[in-house]
Design a protein around this ligand. Sequence first.
Ligand code: PMP
Length: 441
Amino acid sequence: MERSDLFDRHRAVLPPWVPLFYDVPLEIESGLGRTVRGTDGRDYLDFYAGVAVNTLGYDVPEIREAVERKMRTGIVHSSTFYLIREQIELAERIARASGIDDAVVFFTTSGSEAVETALLLATQYRQSQQVIALRYAYHGRSFGALSVTGDRAWQAQGFSPLRVAYARSGDKRYGGMSGLDDTAYVHACAQDLREIIATGTPERTAAMLVEPVQGVAGAVPLIPGQLRAYADVLKQHDILLIADEVQTGWGRTGRYWGHQWHDVTPDVLVFAKGVGSGFPLGGVVGRREVMASLPGASVSTFGGNPLACAAAIATLDYLDEHDLPAHALSMGGLLRERLEAGLKDPGVGQVRGTGLLMAVEFVDPLTREPDVSRAVRVQEQCRHRGLLVGLGGAFKNCLRIMPPLTVTAHEVRQAADIIAAAVDDAPGGDGPLAMPTPSLN
Ligand code: PMP
């Protein structure tokens, strides 16, 4: 395979910090169901779904019809200075689904803008610029969102509008914690948070931001009881809990929201990605008094755009009618079972995740150090065999696996078999390779 002219044009005109997958980057030209076709003439089973965006897969008639119906009115955009019927209907639905009492919704165009809004609201409401986030967290690319991102590879800048402290994630293998069982680890995490609040932060902290399963970090779920324990500590200090459900929302983890695995209700919930079936839409849903706390006016010109909202309503209709959260749970279970059975290679560190937000981690069999090179090569082999998966993780040594929630059992088996064959085709022991930064492409 040869790199196309489009790759040279990409490199010439887009910034060097926008990474591309694969030695020969792929251009996707069409899709149907869970299969996409590349301009290389090949069909691929897509287990990355545009980074967990294409919840229903490709070319879904219900979405196409909803969008075409709206297009035929001639109104793609009007602005939030006018009433937008679809936006109000969608807000009502999301407010109900959030489980937050008397919830209010604000729409944005992306996850970053939604995180930014949540931070704006929390800092204003609590009159504090102190925030707590989790190690390995990814919350987006804008100024505030970057400053709560606990993954150095994605931090992109060292200047922060916020004071940030980092609490422990759901990965207990580091920092001398690996010997603890779940109960002891959760206890240690809550103690650690108490210590952060007592000693490392000013008197008031605005909020703690939590991904229930850390997506970019390589599908790292919080340990059972961990979020509950954190929420209890936060409550004692009136610190807001913000659930970043950008990746975990809309059924991906097998529940409607990822935080529902933990028996907590956040004060504010951030959403984006999967809600719009590819139309750019994100937002924040939260308690009325927090949502109302901005002293000045604030709008997002494109936020809650009529076309994106029409697509989102159709997406949520489909999600409910087909009970996709339950389907994601059973397909996620099957995927995990098949991967665990098929991946006996000592270089496979963990198969982890929740529902259809999964990762396979590669390590050196002897030292258990992250094996970045292996992950890169296995991803290439998967493509070679007709399967698209992502690459990432806090240590950059993970395949990221998140198919559309409509995936079938047959496709799950196919994908698991391809991954097992790709692991065999790409043996370990190639020596360390730095993270696939843009300069390596
Ligand atoms: N939060 C989380 C948990 C995410 O995974 C992402 C995107 N990967 C974002 C926020 C930012 O979303 P966006 O890229 O739409 O700005």
